[in-house]
Design a protein around this ligand. Structure first.
Ligand SMILES: O=C(O)CCC(=O)C(=O)O
Ligand SMILES: [Fe+2]
Length: 523
């Protein structure tokens, strides 16, 4: 029912509806093909009729006797009286109504303008995070990896115009330039014409406009000169060029520059180290791999390979936590139920959630005992962490689509003023990686200088609260934008209330006698 209420498919936010979209395109194309066939059939019939009538006309012309013969006269009158009525009816009968109706009925299922915005923002955030050039992206070069795909000039232009709408002049200029660069290749020109997209002269004109916005008067003049050369008779380009030229003489410093949209917020939330390449050396002395066989008696038989990634906050990568079969099962059975992920405002009076731009994915929730698989995984997680799985939230299966990401955030919910007043909070987070991501999509901890790339079957576990039960700012983390592929994860938040015996609150440092949880490994 939720799904029905939610008319928004949000195509760009996950890969789960991409199949639907391609199938829809197949249906639409075969329908238009049927329409073309019906039109061709009708045209053929009309041509046949015209041919017949011309033939008859020819015969009349060659016969001098025509109007002396009552048979011919009768036949002609009858033909003129009734056949033309028939023809009119035939010509007027609409063709391909059914096919047109089909196309019309599918329109609501097509991506909407907000899907385009989602997709363009996905590209923009991916570009900003991994610091890629627009022209590289356009040529299929993504963060150093060359792919066999490219953007058309009209694609680059669409991104450029979207950025212009958002006053992101600098980024927009890059994309308009990329569209001009892509235009130079011959093959794409026909595409533009087919789609009735703008001409090269228009692209140069738009480049001039975006340069003017940044007060690059010189550049703008040059761009307009090229535009004029390409389209010398375009009155609009000419007029704008004239105004620009005059401004050259009168331009004063009083004229305000159109400010580029402030990016300082974004620099904070889209960290530059998602690629994992700018990791500065971390203090690795206490970091190691161990076989954990201490947090549950069962682990004596089947210890869990545990990679210690950070001591404070305690962050570990638990290996072989979920089998390929289990991951596949979870992914495939979730597909049908995924909805755009929402976020909660912890301090809001109601429980209202919203679909926002800082978390672009789709997700679905399952209780721990939803089925045998979730039950088994919960048991394994309890063994691996030593925490009480009775105090946890539902599992959330998440899929990230085009440039899908989760801006830098903390997972705990309560603000300082609401802490310790009997409300539970998320003491720890577990993130099961359910598939391999071809490029990008790491989980990044800016304060720890740690980027963890999804490894199928493993689970990343960390504490959000320190040993006194307060926010641990070191747990700040980012779901980095996916570059290529799609990212499937399953999260589980573990509550603090209920862990009093497994991970007690202590004033000073922990001792292994008090702690039953996986932190035992480092004490
Ligand atoms: O996808 C990721 O890597 C991070 C996800 C996350 O932070 C969350 O679900 O709270
Ligand atoms: Fe998170």
């Amino acid at each position: 029912q939720l799904r029905e209420n939610n008319a928004q498919q949000r195509f760009a936010r996950s890969v789960v509806n991409m199949d639907d979209m391609l199938n829809l395109e197949d249906d639409l194309v075969s329908n238009v093909e049927k329409l073309a066939e019906a039109l061709a059939r009708k045209a053929k019939t009309i041509k046949w009729g015209v041919f017949k009538m011309m033939k008859r006309r020819q015969e009349y012309k060659s016969s001098m006797e025509i109007f002396a013969n009552p048979i011919d006269t009768f036949s002609l009158i009858r033909h003129m009286q009734s056949n033309w009525l028939m023809w009119l009816l035939y010509l007027e009968t609409p063709v391909g109504q059914e096919e047109l109706f089909f196309v019309d009925s599918r329109m609501p299922l097509l991506p909407k303008y907000f899907d385009f915005i989602d997709a363009a923002e996905g590209i923009r955030k991916m570009q900003a995070t991994y610091q890629m050039f627009s022209s590289d992206i356009a040529k299929g070069l993504l963060d150093g990896v060359q792919y066999n795909s490219s953007l058309k000039p009209i694609d680059c232009l669409a991104i450029g115009l979207h950025l212009m709408n958002n006053s992101r002049w600098y980024a927009a200029e890059q994309w308009i330039s990329a569209s001009i660069e892509a235009y130079d290749q011959k093959s794409s020109q026909t595409d533009m014409e087919l789609l009735r997209g703008p001409k090269l002269a228009d692209l140069c004109r738009i480049l001039g406009q975006v340069q003017m916005k940044q007060r690059n008067h010189e550049g703008a003049l040059q761009a307009y000169q090229v535009a004029l050369k390409l389209s010398p008779h375009d009155p609009e380009i000419y007029e704008e060029y004239r105004i620009l030229e005059k401004r050259d003489l009168t331009l004063s410093d009083i004229e305000p520059i159109e400010q580029d949209k402030d990016n300082s917020h974004e620099r904070l939330v889209l960290p530059p180290c998602c690629s994992g390449r700018c990791q500065v050396p971390r203090n690795l002395s206490n970091l190691y791999c161990v076989y954990n066989h201490v947090t549950s008696p069962f682990l004596q038989l089947a210890p869990i390979k545990t990679e210690i990634l950070s001591i404070d906050p305690f962050v570990v990568l638990l290996h072989d936590m979920i089998s390929q079969k289990e991951s596949t099962l979870i992914r495939t059975s979730s597909k049908e139920h995924m909805l755009p992920s929402a976020t909660t405002d912890p301090d809001a009076s109601d429980d209202e959630t919203q679909v926002d731009t800082y978390r672009t994915s789709k997700s679905v929730w399952y209780s721990s005992d939803f089925n045998d698989t979730t039950k088994k995984i919960t048991e394994r997680l309890g063994d691996a962490t030593g925490l009480d799985m009775n105090s946890t939230e539902f599992y959330q299966v998440i899929n990230y689509g085009l440039g899908g990401f989760f801006e830098t955030h903390l997972d705990m919910l309560l603000s300082e003023k609401n802490r310790f007043n009997g409300t539970s909070d998320r003491i720890a987070t577990t993130l099961f990686y359910l598939n391999e991501v071809r490029q990008g999509g790491g989980t990044y901890f800016p304060r720890l200088n740690l980027t963890v790339f999804p490894q199928p079957g493993s689970a990343l576990f960390w504490y959000n609260l320190d040993t006194k039960g307060n926010d641990h700012m070191g747990s700040l983390h980012t779901g980095c934008p996916v570059i290529v592929g799609s990212k499937w994860v399953m999260s589980k938040w573990i509550n603090d209330m209920g862990q009093e015996f497994t991970r007690p609150c202590v004033e000073s440092s922990l001792s292994s006698n008090e702690v039953l949880s996986a932190e035992r490994l480092i004490i």
